[in-house]
Design a protein around this ligand. Sequence first.
Ligand SMILES: *Cc1c(COP(=O)(O)O)cnc(C)c1O
Length: 338
Amino acid sequence: MARAVLEISADAIRHNIKALKDFSGKKIIAVVKADAYGMSAFHVCSVLEHMDEVSSYAVACVEEGVELRKAGFKKDILVLGGVLRGEERALTEYRLTPVVSHKEHLKVIEGLHVGFHVKYDTGMGRLGFLEEVIRDSRIKGVLTHLSSPLDRDFSLRQIEEFKKIVKDYSSVDIHMESSAGVIYRVPFTTHIRIGLAMYGEKPAPDYPVALKRALRLKARIISVKYLPSGHPVSYSRTYTTDKKKKVGVVAFGYADGLTKALSNIGYLYWKDKPIKILGNITMDMTVVDLDNTSAQVGDWVEIVGEHQSFGDLAKLAGTIPYEIMCNVSSRVKRLLVP
Ligand SMILES: *Cc1c(COP(=O)(O)O)cnc(C)c1O
């Protein structure tokens, strides 16, 4: 029996995919790199595999693509990180589509019968061709990536830049919008590449697509007791009780993915009640304030769910939801719920 569980709602994921499809009018490339941002690519793809709105999956590297194929998923798989020497056989054997963003990737697939997408750098400064125009009959798609989708002026410049590039291509997939980028409704793209929004995590404050929360992260209480006034809590004694206090220990620490930055500032939820994190978060456990609750050993506590999102936690911790999601460790049991 797992003491910490991450539930992924199939219904919410389906709802979000449909809402994104309706809003954009475009097919969806589901970005499931890094084990679907730590949420379990197997569970997520089990839902997406049956959806016509989803044309393909995108992963970071060949190895991730091979894993999806071995698990039996049949949709196209885009490998965002290109292809290196030694990986060419896997492309054909497992029918993977590399995103070519460098001359060296092209050399690797020279003479091979593989379709690929070609990536241009319009302002991300990471992957992509800058000046060169790649012409090849095997090209099935052309893409670029927004570096700052919340910056309207810069994004519009990237869109203009990309528009000039795609003029030279016909009958290929064209994509640039990520979750936050869908707000631009770029008229000349055919697909959107969606990760974060699929889970109901809002990529921007006034996001125009109505999303449903798909993730719920919870853990059990393993101890409840009263500490006297003036009693220190956890490593380095960064918190001391100011009165007699009911405290609980939740079986979830930074080894499970709760960043230590949330020590003394974050909240978890017992039923509908926020319970403050007291003292330093430790490897396997977090101490919480259970005053004025009837919480008991064995109860479940919500870390992410109805009351707070990964985005809320990230904001408090000074990071982004992606990072907190990716840090949910393998000790946490992933469950696909209807
Ligand atoms: C990760 C990634 C995405 C998905 O971004 P979200 O913000 O999660 O929608 C899209 N495109 C590329 C190139 C990526 O690396």
